[in-house]
Design a protein around this ligand. Structure first.
Ligand code: ATP
Length: 857
């Protein structure tokens, strides 16, 4: 059960942490400790001093081994179960990862000199994982009394080149260099795995042999290190143990169980600059880094579940492909130093190892093989090896078995076809690229256009987002209220009906709700239409009102201009009358003055004559009497003529005055008539205007009534609709609440919000309409009342003015008549005085004549 579960879900890579003790050098130098291990809590704390602050970083692993942990402890706690899995037929891999000098080799191989071995074949205390694993395998297999075979391989990967550490070769520089050129190639094994061609497989028959093998490998490594100037810390080593165990089925069939343990001692994890790579060694360091970096990338890809895992980028990852995300059980032992000078690398190792914890493998037990099949395979292998030996002896190229040759040929052909196809694809892609470039340029242009629009939209968006934030707050409040309601409802909720029934009821309710929605939309449409009609009526009324007001204004202005004309003509008439009157008076004055001067001059002449007569009385009495007679006669004559003249003048004057009086009377009459006509006209205009204003007020009352009615109708319809909806929604929600799910809650809420929002809109628009109409009507009423009042004032003013003018004109007329009367009486008195003067002159003349006659006589 658990095995199947593991297979399906995958098993995480097990990560252990080992911190070595201080080295002698470090102890001598009193190097401060920065790594603290808590084995029980499986935690490692790293103390850091950042900007004067003491900070502890804590990492947790599957197991933690502190500096005091012995090789035995680590092996028993961490490796024994792994080796047991191998014996069960699994493939397992143990990596040692860490900075140079932190104990990777110590952990994997240990200091395993045969001489150090204890009694009874016991392993020395410093023996590492490899000898212990080998011993456990042999102990177990021997304990089981099973038939088995144990094979080991030991290789080194240096500078992306594989060296067989168990190959029995002469160890000389030339041979090694020669061998270096022909490093072992990696090959696909045809079963999805990778194998190293030509790698020596050493059969081990007892655990003690392992020391010989390890020593052999280490010696070869050391020699290469010295002769080829290599650094072991830059090489990866892979020690593999393959076990074949014979098992018998109840049917008597023989099966072979196979398990493999890979023990990998990786190169130092430090970076190139720290590892001291310079000049010619840069490539070497780069290649080493290549394997380690690829391992890091593979781990990242596996942890982040990326589609592509770059196993093929390095030989290390190709070799260990199955141990990373494959069917192998994997364990990583991360090694660190406790000293402060390794802090940076320690942290990097801990991060790396911590990440690797997340890799998941899907371990699968290797299929057991029939012994016969295995023998067949082995015969095939022998054949292959024979062929290789033959080819090597004849120096006739490399021996390749037929099937492999055909397979490789077909693979080659497939590759060539693929290359051809890829060429065509490349061309197509180039064309597509060109097209895409053109499109890209067009898109860039479009983008610049759009970015302008985007800015505007962003502004709008900003405003909208503000609104949205407000709405969201409201929504939250609503949700809170809804939740409370839901809580209450849920309290009251009883056992629910069967789910199917609920679903049906829910569906029918939803359908009803949809119908309601449709009705709602229809009603809203009707409301909209009503509103549009109202708006049209108001608009028409506005136009009509504007027309009527315009006509009133025209009428008033024409009436005013007529009045002005009238007044101007009256003013002209008055002015001409006064001019004529003035002229007549000045003429009369002139004539009277002339008559007086004539009279005075004649009186003087008479007096002179009398004086002359007195002076020359004696000399010429006859002459005097005649002369006196003649002079009396001439005086008489003169006076007579003068009197006639004066009478004619006065008659003229009287005639003129009479005509003037007539004219004045006529003028006054005319003036009165005109005033009467003007007053009549003004009255007519005023009546007409009053009529219009009355009509206007009637209209406005009608409009107001209409608005009120419309408003009432609208409010009634809204109220009835709201009521109907409320009832409907109440009944619906009651029903729905019974089988409520969140969906229905949301639906009702949304619907209600929608309707409420719409109703609020309608109500607001109706209110706005109403207030607009009210305002408009009241302003109209105000205007008409104002106009009426002004018009009345104007009429009263006009009447008063007219009355004043007529009174003034009548007064003037009276005054003129009085003046004329005065004139006439003056003229009459003047005439009388003239007559008296004439009589007295005649009398005087007669008296004079008689006196003269008496004197003469
Ligand atoms: N847990 C430990 N207990 C005692 N000594 C240790 C321990 N770990 C390491 N050492 C000692 O530290 C030294 C360096 O160890 P080792 O050579 O294994 O490091 P390494 O990581 O394999 O280095 P390189 O990458 O260069 O191979 C050795 O002398 C070893 O004996």
């Amino acid at each position: 059960m658990s095995g199947r579960h593991e297979r399906e879900k995958g098993v995480n890579v097990q990560v252990l942490l080992r911190c070595r003790p201080f080295s002698e050098d470090e102890l001598r130098n009193n190097a401060p400790q920065v790594v603290t291990c808590n084995e029980f809590q499986r935690e490692v704390a790293v103390s850091q001093n950042i900007a004067g602050k003491h900070i502890d970083r804590v990492f947790t692993f599957d197991k933690v081994f502190g500096p005091t942990a012995q090789q035995k402890d680590l092996y028993e706690q961490a490796v024994v179960p792994i080796v047991n899995e191998v014996l069960e037929g699994f493939n397992c891999t143990i990596f040692a990862y860490g900075q140079t000098g932190t104990g990777k080799t110590y952990t994997m191989e240990g200091e395993c000199k045969r001489g150090k071995a204890g009694h009874n074949g016991e392993l020395p205390a410093d023996a590492g994982v490899i000898p212990r694993a080998v011993q456990q395998i042999f102990d177990t297999l021997e304990g089981q009394n099973a038939e088995y075979s144990v094979k080991v391989t030991f290789l080194e990967l240096y500078n992306e080149e594989i060296t067989d550490l168990l190959a029995p070769e002469e160890i000389s520089k030339v041979v090694l260099e020669e061998k270096q050129k022909k490093t072992l190639p990696l090959m696909e094994d045809g079963k999805g795995g990778v194998l190293v061609r030509g790698l020596e497989e050493e059969i081990v028959t007892s655990s003690s042999e392992i020391f010989t093998l390890l020593e052999r490998g280490s010696a070869k490594r050391r020699t290469a290190e010295t002769l080829l100037n290599k650094q072991s810390s830059r090489s990866h080593s892979l020690f593999s143990i393959t076990i074949h165990i014979k098992e018998a089925t109840p049917e008597g069939e023989e099966l072979i169980k196979c398990g493999k343990l890979n023990l990998v001692d990786l190169a130092g994890s430090e970076n190139i600059s720290r590892s001291g790579a310079r000049d010619g060694r840069a490539r070497e360091a780069g290649e080493i880094n290549k394997s380690l970096l690829t391992l890091g990338r593979v781990i990242s890809a596996l942890v982040e579940h990326l589609g592509h895992v770059p196993y093929r980028d390095s030989k290390l990852t190709r070799l260990l492909r199955d141990s990373l995300g494959g069917r192998t059980k994997t364990c990583i032992i991360a090694t660190v130093s406790p000293a402060v000078h390794c802090l940076e690398e320690t942290l990097s190792t801990l991060d790396y190892a911590h990440r690797a914890k997340h890799i998941k493998n899907k371990p699968e037990v290797n299929q057991k093989m029939m012994k016969s099949t295995l023998i067949k395979d082995l015969y095939g292998e022998i054949e292959r090896l024979k062929g290789e030996v033959y080819a090597a002896r004849e120096k006739n190229g490399v021996y390749v078995p037929k099937e492999r040759y055909y397979q490789e040929e077909s693979e080659r052909k497939a590759m060539a076809d693929q290359i051809e196809k890829m060429g065509v694809l490349l061309e197509n892609h180039q064309k597509q690229l060109e097209e895409l470039q053109d499109k890209y340029i067009a898109q860039v242009r479009q983008c610049s256009d759009l970015s302008g629009k985007l800015e505007k939209t962003e502004k709008n968006l900003y405003e909208t987002s503000k609104l949205l934030a407000n709405s969201e707050e409201e929504l939250k409040k609503c949700r809170y209220v809804l939740k409370e309601k839901e809580f209450i409802i849920s309290q009251q909720k009883q056992a629910e009906n069967a789910l199917a029934h609920q679903a049906c009821a829910l569906r029918s309710d939803l359908e009803k709700a949809v119908k309601d929605n449709a009705l709602l939309f229809l009603k809203i449409g009707r409301e909209d239409k009503l509103n549009t009609d109202n708006r049209a009526v108001v608009n028409n009324y506005q136009v009509e009102l504007a027309q009527q007001i315009g006509s009133i204004c025209n009428l008033v202005s024409s009436s005013v201009s007529q009045q002005n004309e009238h007044l101007e003509s009256v003013e002209k008439l008055c002015r001409s009358f006064t001019d004529t009157h003035q002229k007549a008076i000045s003429d009369m004055k002139k004539k009277v003055t002339a008559a007086r001067t004539l009279h005075v001059s004649q009186m003087e002449a008479v007096q002179n004559i009398v004086r002359l007569h007195k002076g020359s009385s004696n000399a010429a009495l006859d002459e005097i009497s005649t002369l006196a007679a003649s002079s009396a006669h001439s005086i008489e004559e003169l006076l007579k003529s003068e009197a006639g003249k004066a009478a004619s003048i006065f008659n003229d004057l009287q005639g003129t005055l009479a005509t003037h009086q007539g004219e004045m009377a006529l003028f006054a009459r005319e003036l009165r008539q005109r005033f009467q006509a003007s007053i009549e006209q003004t009255k007519n205009i005023s009546d007409y205007t009053n009529g219009i204003l009355d009509k206007l007020s009637e209209e406005s009352v009608k409009v107001q009534n209409h608005a009120v009615q419309a408003d009432e109708v609208q409010m009634k319809s809204i109220a009835s609709f709201h009521k109907a909806y409320e009832e409907q929604s109440k009944s619906d929600s009651e029903k729905l609440i019974a089988d409520m799910t969140n969906l229905v809650h949301n639906h009702v809420r949304r619907q209600k919000e929608l309707v409420d929002a719409r109703l609020v809109d309608i109500r607001e628009s109706a209110m706005a309409n109403n207030t607009f109409l009210d305002g408009h009507v009241s302003s109209m009423v105000g205007i008409t009342t104002d106009a009426k009042r002004k018009w009345k004032e104007f009429v009263i003013q006009a009447e008063a003015d007219a009355k004043d003018s007529s009174d003034y004109s009548a007064a003037k007329h009276c005054r003129m008549e009085a003046l004329l009367q005065q004139c006439v009486s003056t003229a009459e008195s003047a005439f009388k005085h003239c007559k008296d003067t004439q009589g007295s002159v005649n009398e005087m003349a007669h008296k004079h004549v008689s006196d003269m006659a008496s004197l003469i006589s």
